[in-house]
Design a protein around this ligand. Structure first.
Ligand code: HEC
Ligand code: HEC
Length: 268
């Protein structure tokens, strides 16, 4: 529902209430997860999964079974039993093998351990990861992802640039984006609809917003800056512009697309 914005104070109020409702939802979700695993903070597990994707998955694989005789998801390690053992092992590496030493600080080590301990539940093992090259074809052809997304300079700016999405998202998070885009919108990617005083309607993805202005990429891919005091209406749209791929892609095609997205680590 659109709400009119007669003045600046009101727009501040609206934003504040939006912010509060966002926080409340995040806290609820976090609470549910905390009930599941009391020992490790969900934020640590999530942080650890990012580090894992960026630093460990190249050898251990997205599912933790990429190294022979090692299954990181199993929760059993032949070279470590306590969390302390794990922190030590990751810091020193395993000499004489390909397992390198890492220079993580202690919050980072805690995150990785939290993730390793919860890979079974929170890791990507339930998500099928296919083949990146085939995924790229689906991304550019059948999935039409390229009509909204940009990868390494190619494609559209309507949706977020995905050139380095593989560095910060797990397979599980990516699958959720494909199946249920509405449930996984990042606040930074919200679409807004604005009506100016002279009756012009602008829709697009919000890039930036402060008390007085908002910058969006409109549906023609133009960067538009609007002064809020000049707007008759300003709505943040809660539904995603992205369609769900639950029915338009089959499970194998989605697995391939996920593999492709995981391979995107930014252009060198
Ligand atoms: C260059 C490849 C490579 C990278 C990168 C790598 N590992 Fe390893 N890792 C290995 C290999 C190979 C082994 C098996 C060593 C052996 O033979 O015991 C191993 C072993 C392990 C073990 C012990 C498994 C067990 O059963 O005892 C853990 C835990 C581990 N790695 C965690 C990590 C984490 C966490 C990261 C990222 C921060 C990481 N590794 C990055 C190659 C790698
Ligand atoms: C009609 C436009 C449109 C199409 C087609 C589309 N997307 Fe999106 N996508 C978006 C928009 C807009 C967002 C960001 C806001 C949101 O989540 O709704 C998004 C978000 C995402 C995200 C989450 C990004 C993040 O930061 O977590 C991923 C991943 C993604 N899209 C992948 C894909 C893939 C893969 C395809 C094709 C199979 C695709 N999209 C097709 C518009 C689209």
């Amino acid at each position: 529902m659109p709400f009119p914005i007669p003045n600046r104070a009101r727009s501040g109020e609206v934003l504040a209430s939006l912010f509060v409702s966002l926080c409340a939802t995040t806290m609820l979700a976090a609470q549910a997860e905390t009930d599941l695993l009391t020992k490790y903070a969900p934020s640590d597990i999530q942080g650890g999964s990012r580090i894992y994707t960026a630093q460990c998955a190249a050898c251990h694989g997205p599912n933790g079974d990429g190294v022979a005789k090692v299954d990181l998801r199993s929760g059993k390690f032949s070279r470590a039993s306590s969390d302390d053992d794990l922190r030590k092992l990751i810091t020193t590496g395993v000499s004489g093998t390909a397992m390198p030493p890492f220079k993580f600080d202690s919050p980072q080590l805690n995150m990785i351990v939290a993730y390793l301990r919860n890979m079974r539940e929170f890791g990507s093992h339930t998500v099928k990861v296919g083949e990146a090259l085939r995924g790229q074809t689906v991304f550019e052809a059948k999935g039409k992802c390229i009509t909204c997304h940009r990868v390494n300079g190619k494609g559209s700016r309507i949706g977020p640039d995905l050139s380095d999405i593989g560095g910060s998202r797990t397979a599980e998070v990516l699958e959720r984006s494909l199946l249920d885009p509405n449930a996984s919108i990042q606040p930074a990617n919200r679409f807004v609809r604005a009506v100016t005083r002279d009756g012009k309607t602008v829709r697009g993805r919000r890039l930036n917003e402060d008390s007085y202005t908002v910058q969006i990429i409109d549906e023609q891919e133009h960067l538009v800056s609007l002064v809020k005091a000049d707007l008759r209406e300003y709505t943040v749209i809660k539904t995603s512009a992205m369609p769900s791929y639950k029915d338009t892609l089959n499970a194998d095609e989605r697995a391939d697309v996920i593999a492709y997205l995981l391979s995107l680590k930014g252009s060198q």
